[in-house]
Design a protein around this ligand. Structure first.
Ligand SMILES: [Zn+2]
Length: 254
């Protein structure tokens, strides 16, 4: 009950705070978003784009002649546009076993993931991430992160720690990408999207199952890198792999 009251008070304070509005466009828009409880899809896509720009600036990106870039380009050459969404791809040369896709059609694949997956398994994983985009899960996660940010900005402005506001914006956008906790249903639907994507394009749908099985092994022990989204929110990789195998068998695919 106390918590509810606090949030209700905060909502009022955010909408009337002029200080917040001066703390940069993100803080301002986030505050406005919290006030009206809506953010337009265009706004969210713009924040997603900003988030990717930040992430790109903070991570070592494989150059155009790097073997990892060349391999990824070869794998995705037929998939520069998916379901009408133009996709841009980059490799981060980090050990994390991870990939993400954002509402603006950016896909980022970590070296650590490329090292353990076959070409088709990579497509299966990317298909899953793109499924989250097509199903608007990533957009909704970014919206939620922006609302959390408005709340944090409010706390920071109250404590007079203005410097924290700018810093928190960074956290917000990363939060929108990596802090996303999708529901089991969202995960299942993203799996189904990937399955359909693989099938439509003549790939082996069972690579979706084998990619999950590799991730399931990883979630048992940590290799040191982060495995956000792919594993942390997918503790049931083994069950999902079985689901893919069951569907494939029903469809006569072996
Ligand atoms: Zn997912």
């Amino acid at each position: 009950m106390i918590r509810k009251t606090l949030i209700a008070m905060s909502l009022v304070a955010v909408t009337t705070s002029a200080t917040l509005a001066q703390n940069g466009s993100l803080g301002q828009a986030a505050a406005e978003g919290l006030g009206s409880l809506t953010l337009s899809d265009e706004q969210v896509a713009e924040y997603s784009r900003q988030a990717v720009v930040q992430m790109d600036a903070q991570n070592p990106i494989a150059g155009p002649n790097d073997p990892y870039t060349q391999r990824l380009n070869r794998i995705v050459s037929r998939h520069r546009t998916i379901d009408g969404v133009p996709i841009n791809y980059k490799v981060y040369m980090v050990k994390d076993v991870n990939a993400f896709a954002t509402a603006d059609g950016s896909v980022r694949v970590m070296k650590g993931l490329m090292d353990i997956m076959t070409d088709q398994e990579l497509l299966a994983v990317m298909g899953h991430e793109i499924g989250h985009v097509i199903n608007h899960d990533t957009r909704d996660a970014m919206k939620a992160a922006l609302r959390r940010s408005a709340f944090r900005n409010l706390l920071a402005s109250r404590s007079g720690a203005v410097g924290n506001v700018a810093r928190s914006q960074l956290g917000t956008l990363a939060d929108g990408l990596f802090g996303a906790k999708f529901s089991r249903q969202q995960e299942t639907e993203a799996d189904d999207y990937s399955y359909g994507f693989l099938k439509r394009n003549g790939y082996n749908v069972l690579t979706l199952a084998t990619s999950f099985e590799k991730l399931a092994k990883l979630s048992g022990g940590s290799g040191g890198g982060r495995v956000a989204e792919l594993v942390s929110s997918h503790p049931d990789s083994q069950r999902r792999a079985q689901r893919v195998r069951d569907r494939a068998r029903q469809e006569g695919i072996r």
